[in-house]
Structure formats: structure tokens, C-alpha cells
Design a protein around this ligand. Structure first.
Ligand code: BGC
Length: 311
């Protein structure tokens, strides 16, 4: 896992003034433009959650900013903040994102961003193995890579009859055909599973998928979904841990989650800091940026949306 630190553009300027050559295991990239801060850059130290071995000038610049202790828990091993925007309407996602300092990426269950602001890393999804999805995939995947995509999602809830509804065997073959070609170019997600505990669903389905793959599927991370009453919030962490194990310790992404009842805002207050701090979790997106959920109107945030944007 790469350690990452966000620092403001001023720090970049001070590097430039001092003309410091960063070692080759340092990767510097602009990750986000902001109106007032202007821009931020990200430094991957190539070290595990530390800035050990960083040149003194880099450490000094980080310290000056009050950052750079390597403990920015909202950053996982992807080059964007963990918190994401799950949307159908990009205008809404951009409105929430505008208020959300920690939002770094977005996805819409589809293959093209459809208006998502370029400041967010768009993660395309193939969704299913029917021609309506697969016919467009090669062109859209290629375009996404050209536009800087960092990760691809494959099938949406194949363990759910109401979603992509695929057997582990069919999903393994389709994964090899449609996802393997992009390995090494972007991070590849396993099929996104539910938190059902049934023997043919959830993490059990994921285990069966890996068995059917028999080592032939290229997978860099495992996405999961979670829905339950807010009182069972702790099972969200258990679910992530089980998926991490099924995924051989590779990072987990929580791409849909929401309480089905109970105190939603209390749930967000309790769980967002935990998700930010969870080392096995690389990305998460609450279900979803839509009216009645994170939004109260087409451009206005609900109280939950306010929490998601500011916590
Ligand atoms: C569906 C998507 C849809 C999303 C949000 C998901 O359950 O699979 O097609 O865009 O919900 O409405």
C-alpha cells in the first residue's frame, strides 16, 4: 500500500523554489482544483503509511503545512480520497461534491461519466454480461483510460436476482473476457456483492467466484454493498473484514451502503470516521446522491448530505 499525503499547491511551489528532485518512487500529481486553495498535489512516498525516507525538504514542507504525518486516513491506496459520489444525475453529484472537501471519485453504475465534473476520478462499471452492457464496453473502457480512469468495476450484485444475477461460473468467464484485458492499466474490481448471508449470496458468492476463477481472474480489489438497520452498523465493518479475507487481503471498496431504517445521521456520524480510518478500505460511496437521500432538492443537500460533505 502506498502512503499518500495531500499538500497544498504552496508546498509544490516551495519544492520548485528549492529545486528538489524527488526520488523516482515519489509520484506527484494534481488531484483536485479548488477555487481558493487553487490546487492540491499528492505525494506517494511508496512507503507504508509513513514518510520514512522522504527527503528532509519534503518533510519540512509537509510539516509547515501541518500535514504529511502520513496519517491522512481518508486516503487509501488509490490516488484519490476514499469518499465517493454514487449518482445517476451528475448535476446533483457535482452540487454535493462542491461542498464535499473529501469527495475524490464518482460512479453511476454505468460506463461513461455523463457530466461528472472532471475533478472527480470517474470509475466506470460494466454492470452485467448482457449485450446491452458488453457491446459498449470496449469503446467506453478505452475512452475511460484515455480520460485518466484509475479503476474499473465489473458486475453489479451478480448475487442478487434483481440486479445482474450471474452465477459465479458465468461471472468468472465474463470477468476474464471483459476485465482481464485492462489489468495493469487500471485497478480491476471483482464483482460487487451484497451483504446477504445466504449460502449462494454475499461473501459466499464471492468465495465461489474466486473458486470458479481458479486463478485466472485479474482482481485488484473487492467491492461490497451493505444495507441494514442503523442499529446493526457494526456489521458493516464485519462485512468489510469478511470480504477482505475472501479477497486474499486485497483492498475492499464499499460502493453502496445505507441504513434501511433508524437514525441515518447518527449512523453517518458514527461510521464515516471509522470508514476513513479503516486501512483495508480504499473507497466508499453512500447510496446515494439523490433526492430523499443525500439531497433534498436537485441542487440542495439534505442534512445527511451535509454530514457526508463535511464530516
Ligand atoms: C441499479 C442501477 C441504478 C442505481 C441507482 C442500482 O441498484 O443497479 O442501475 O442506477 O441502483 O438508482
Amino acid at each position: 500500500m502506498l502512503a499518500k499525503t495531500i499538500l497544498a499547491l504552496g508546498a509544490l511551489a516551495s519544492f520548485a523554489e528549492q529545486t528538489i528532485a524527488l526520488p523516482s518512487d515519489y509520484h506527484v500529481s494534481i488531484v483536485r482544483d479548488e477555487v481558493d486553495v487553487t490546487a492540491k498535489i499528492e505525494v506517494n512516498t511508496g512507503k507504508d503509511h509513513s514518510t520514512d525516507g522522504a527527503p528532509a525538504e519534503v518533510l519540512e514542507a509537509l510539516a509547515t503545512r501541518g500535514e504529511g504525518n502520513g496519517n491522512d486516513t481518508s486516503i487509501g491506496s488509490m490516488p484519490f480520497s476514499k469518499r465517493g459520489l454514487a449518482y445517476n444525475d451528475a448535476g446533483m453529484a457535482n452540487a454535493l461534491g462542491g461542498a464535499c472537501k473529501k469527495c475524490g471519485w464518482g460512479w453511476n453504475w454505468d460506463q461513461t461519466p455523463n457530466g461528472l465534473d472532471g475533478r472527480y476520478s470517474f470509475v466506470p462499471m460494466l454492470w452485467g454480461d448482457r449485450p446491452v452492457h458488453t457491446n459498449r464496453w470496449a469503446a467506453n473502457a478505452q475512452k475511460a483510460i484515455q480520460n485518466g480512469a484509475k479503476a474499473f468495476l465489473s458486475f453489479n450484485e451478480p448475487d442478487n436476482g434483481g440486479q445482474s444475477n450471474m452465477s459465479p461460473q458465468a461471472a468468472a468467464e465474463a470477468h476474464i473476457k471483459y476485465m482481464n484485458p485492462y489489468a495493469g492499466k487500471v485497478k480491476i474490481g471483482a464483482p460487487s456483492i451484497t451483504n446477504s448471508g445466504a449460502s449462494n449470496q454475499g461473501v459466499n458468492w464471492l468465495n465461489a467466484f474466486f473458486k470458479a476463477c481458479n486463478g485466472r481472474c485479474r482482481v485488484d480489489f473487492c467491492p461490497v454493498h451493505w444495507y441494514s438497520d442503523a442499529q446493526w452498523a457494526d456489521t458493516l465493518i464485519t462485512h468489510i473484514n469478511s470480504a477482505s479475507k475472501a479477497c486474499s487481503g486485497k483492498p475492499v471498496w464499499l460502493t453502496e451502503f445505507a441504513p434501511t431504517g433508524g437514525d441515518v445521521n447518527g449512523f453517518l456520524r458514527k461510521m464515516l470516521p471509522k470508514l476513513d480510518a479503516l486501512g483495508s478500505l480504499d473507497a466508499y460511496s453512500y447510496f446515494m446522491v439523490a433526492q430523499g437521500k443525500l439531497m433534498s432538492g436537485s441542487r440542495s443537500l439534505s442534512s445527511s448530505g451535509q454530514l457526508y460533505a463535511t464530516l
